[in-house]
Design a protein around this ligand. Structure first.
Ligand SMILES: *Cc1c(COP(=O)(O)O)cnc(C)c1O
Length: 369
């Protein structure tokens, strides 16, 4: 893999391709695939990832907010884009950019219908979101009559899908709860189809859903984290390839005598002589302070170097006493050699959070296009 001269998030598109094919192998060939590219494609590079997914033949893309979809359209992405959490303020722009809303409440439906009529739309695609237990966004059973009354004979819009989201697809202790959600979704979507007089496409599974509940794949699945190489369980992680590797270099090495301290607030105190390396990456780049004080470790020349003291805005210091290294040597924060999931767990969080935390200050380098 490429050497870097500054803090860089290296994005390996051949890993993305591998993950896409792996996830597809878990579903029927006729099931459609939606790639989730919200939050800068899980902190990576929205456009590079979306272009690759489009090239691989993905059926749909999804973002959380309208501005994320606009970015994709501006880059020439033609694939249908579902916006998971549209807000009324963006409805006009949404229609202008051909972005398809998740409709999750009566108010959102009413307001979208108004804008679709003003803008003289015909059969504008809508996606109906059902709440089956996550209790975040979505309609309930008692709203179905309202939805069908509003949409059935309204030529401005067309309901193209019905969907829901599992609350604990990665947690097999919650299997009964998940099966219940799947069952509720079947009932809700059947009722919607019956009342509409046609059957919109149905989708419910995220990455862990694809792995743990393939029987609920319906007509489409929605994968995010799996595409980026993480499966929320060790056996699946083994089959996937991390797309992102966060690399940096050593800026300076210090010999720290006994009874000295390192960093702000003297959070690290040496009892023996140690060697520390200062790295040009800090909490402004996404490595939060919770990784400091010995929790997170980076990899230098194949060995683990724990972060010592407090994480600074632009730098961290790591203990390299046992590692042969010098200024300019490469450092891996996470990637295939130091899983983002494991790195995240040192600060009691999950791969999703560390991946999406990598700030826009960090250079992106796309390889294996
Ligand atoms: C983010 C998101 C996904 C993707 O979930 P992963 O666990 O990353 O696969 C799917 N569906 C919805 C509604 C989401 O918000």
């Amino acid at each position: 893999m490429s050497k870097v001269g500054e803090t860089t998030l290296v994005l390996d598109l051949s890993a993305l391709e591998h993950n896409y094919h792996y996830l597809q192998s878990k579903i029927k060939p006729t099931t459609k695939f939606l790639g989730v590219v919200k939050a800068f494609a899980y902190g990576s590079d929205t456009i590079a990832i979306a272009q690759k997914l489009e090239q691989l033949g993905v059926d749909y893309l999804a973002v959380a907010y309208v501005n994320e979809g606009v970015l994709l359209r501006d880059a020439g992405i033609k694939t249908p884009i579902l916006v998971l959490h549209p807000l009324v303020a963006n409805f006009e722009e949404m229609i202008e950019q051909c972005l398809e809303p998740s409709i999750y409440s009566k108010n959102i439906l009413n307001q979208f219908l108004e804008v679709a009529q003003e803008k003289e739309q015909s059969q504008y695609p809508l996606h109906i979101k059902f709440n089956t237990g996550l209790n975040r966004l979505g309609f309930s059973e008692s709203d179905i009559d309202f939805i069908t009354q509003k949409c059935k004979s309204n030529g401005n819009v067309k309901i193209v899908s019905a969907f829901s989201h599992l609350a604990a697809s990665e947690d097999l202790n919650e299997r009964d709860f998940s099966l219940n959600q799947i069952n509720s979704f079947k009932i809700l979507s059947d009722s919607l189809s019956k009342k509409l007089g046609y059957a919109p496409m149905r989708h419910m599974l995220n990455t862990s859903g694809i792995i743990n509940y393939p029987e609920a794949q319906f007509e489409m699945v929605r994968s995010g984290i799996g595409l980026y190489g993480y499966g929320n369980q060790a056996e699946i992680d083994e089959q996937l390839k991390p797309v992102a590797t966060l690399k940096t270099i050593i800026s300076q090495i210090h010999e720290i005598g006994a009874n000295q301290s390192v960093g702000y607030n003297r959070a690290f105190k040496s009892t023996n002589i140690i060697r520390s390396a200062t790295l040009p990456i800090g909490h402004a780049d996404g490595i939060g302070r919770q990784y400091g004080k010995g929790k997170g470790s980076v990899i230098i020349n194949g060995k683990k170097a724990p972060i010592i003291g407090n994480v600074c805005m632009d730098m961290i210091m790591v203990d390299v006493t046992e590692i042969k290294c010098q200024a300019g040597d490469e450092v891996i924060v996470f990637g295939p050699a130091n899983s983002a999931d494991k790195f995240a767990s040192t600060a009691n969080t999950i791969s999703y959070e560390i991946l999406t935390a990598i700030s826009q200050r960090v250079k992106r380098q796309v390889i294996n296009k």
